[in-house]
Design a protein around this ligand. Sequence first.
Ligand code: GLP
Length: 243
Amino acid sequence: MEVKIFETKEQMGIYAADIIENVMKSKEFPVLGLATGDTPITTYNELIKRYKNGEISFKNVKTYNLDEYVGLPKNDKNSYYTFMHEHLFDKVDIDSENIHIPDGNPADIEKFCREYDREIDDAGGIDIQFLGIGRNGHIGFNEPSDKFTEGTYKVKLTESTIEANKRFFEKESDVPKYAVTMGIKNIMKAREIILMAYGFNKAEAVKNMIEGPVSPSCPASILQNHPNVHVILDKDASSLLKK
Ligand code: GLP
C-alpha cells in the first residue's frame, strides 16, 4: 500500500484525479469503478475542472458504481444514481450507455447481480477502483462479517452504517435497510485502487485497514493483499497510525 497524507481535501482530490487521469490517458477504453459519499466529491470536482479545461474526456470511459440502496426510486434525492449524476455524470461528456450503477429495485436481484458481474468482466475488468471507507471499515457496502464476500449481492446494512448515513435523510427510519453492492472479490479484481479517507471519525477504520490483521471484521483490511493500492488521507484520518 502506498500511503500519502495531505493537509486538505482539495489536495487529496488533486492527487486522486492525477492517478485517474493517468489511467484515462493510458487506456483506449478506460473502465472506472466509482464511489459515492462525501469523500470522492473533491476528486469529482477536479475531474470536472480538467474536463472543462479540455485536459480529459470521458467519451470512451465506462463506469461501474460500487453500490446502491435497495428500495429507493432511481430519482430519489438520496439514491446513488442521483448522486452520481449531480456530482459527475451530468457535468462531463460521458455517454449515458457507458454508465453502470447497480439497480436498487430489480425484479430478480440474484439475476441482476450475476449480470452486473458479467458486464464488468465483459468490459475487461476495472482499471481503477475508487473507494471511501465506512467508520466500521466497510468498503462499498461490504459490512464487517465473518467472511470476505465475492460478487455483487444484496446486503443488510449495519446499525453503524444506518446511523452514519442518516444525515442525508429526514429521519433515521427513512434510511434504507438494504443495499446492492459489489463484493470484495469484485473490488480486489480491479487493477489499481484508490482508497481515500479524511476526518477523525475515519481514523480507527484507517488504522485497522493498514495496521490491523487482514480480517473480514474490517473489510478494508483485505486491501493489504492487493498489489496496487493508493491510500490517500488527511492528517486526522491518519492520526492513529503508528508508522
Ligand atoms: C457509504 C458508501 C461507501 C462510502 C461510505 C463513506 O456507506 N456505501 O461507498 O465509502 O459511505 O461515506 P463518506 O465518504 O460520506 O464518509
